[in-house]
Design a protein around this ligand. Sequence first.
Ligand SMILES: Nc1nc2c(ncn2[C@@H]2O[C@H](COP(=O)(O)OP(=O)(O)OP(=O)(O)O)[C@@H](O)[C@H]2O)c(=O)[nH]1
Ligand SMILES: [Zn+2]
Length: 200
Amino acid sequence: MSDQPHPNDVSQEQAEEAVRTLLRWAGEDPAREGLLDTPKRVVKAYRDWFSGYESDPGDYLRRTFKEVNGYDEMVVLRDIEFESHCEHHMAPIIGRAHVGYLPTNRVVGISKLARVVDGFARRFQVQEKLTAQIAQCIQETLQPAGVAVVIDASHECMTTRGVHKRGVSMVTSQMLGTFRDDARTRAEFLQFIGIHGGSR
Ligand SMILES: Nc1nc2c(ncn2[C@@H]2O[C@H](COP(=O)(O)OP(=O)(O)OP(=O)(O)O)[C@@H](O)[C@H]2O)c(=O)[nH]1
Ligand SMILES: [Zn+2]
């Protein structure tokens, strides 16, 4: 994949200093008592929010199960809540992902689909890329007959700042294989996740 994490040569102290710089820039005194531990807390929070760079989400899909009595219908995990951050403003993107695939001769532990979503969500993202990365990762690693990913999310860069539009959500979808080629398969998936003909 083209978007591999880069080696990180930034120390904890340098990251904390960057937070102190932003505090000073905003007009604060980073030495006052209430802010003394803030750089440490912010860096810890960033480690959580951006922990996706520490994982290769494809690894979650390597363990598969074959004893499914020939089950070859669609598997759908819907309403996977996630938190991400937009790469333009570093503001939260909060939403839900719906993931479906058509197994060929093996299935994956269902929690792993949610782990793949988080592995890509916990990075700097644009929603289109997040959607495509999840779908491509499942397609490449599991090699099912098809993959479908729909994401419905709100972007705080357009609710708490900028254009200030609350209640707006962005919907993206990436369909691969049978979901892309066969309208009935796609329609069945959209029905499973509660989207019929474009309205919920
Ligand atoms: N397509 C897409 N756009 C996004 C996403 N996240 C944020 N954006 C948009 O990225 C754009 C960045 O536009 P710029 O004009 O460079 O930034 P800006 O001046 O802060 O723009 P405003 O948000 O309109 O104030 C904005 O329109 C955002 O709404 C995303 O996941 N996908
Ligand atoms: Zn943004």
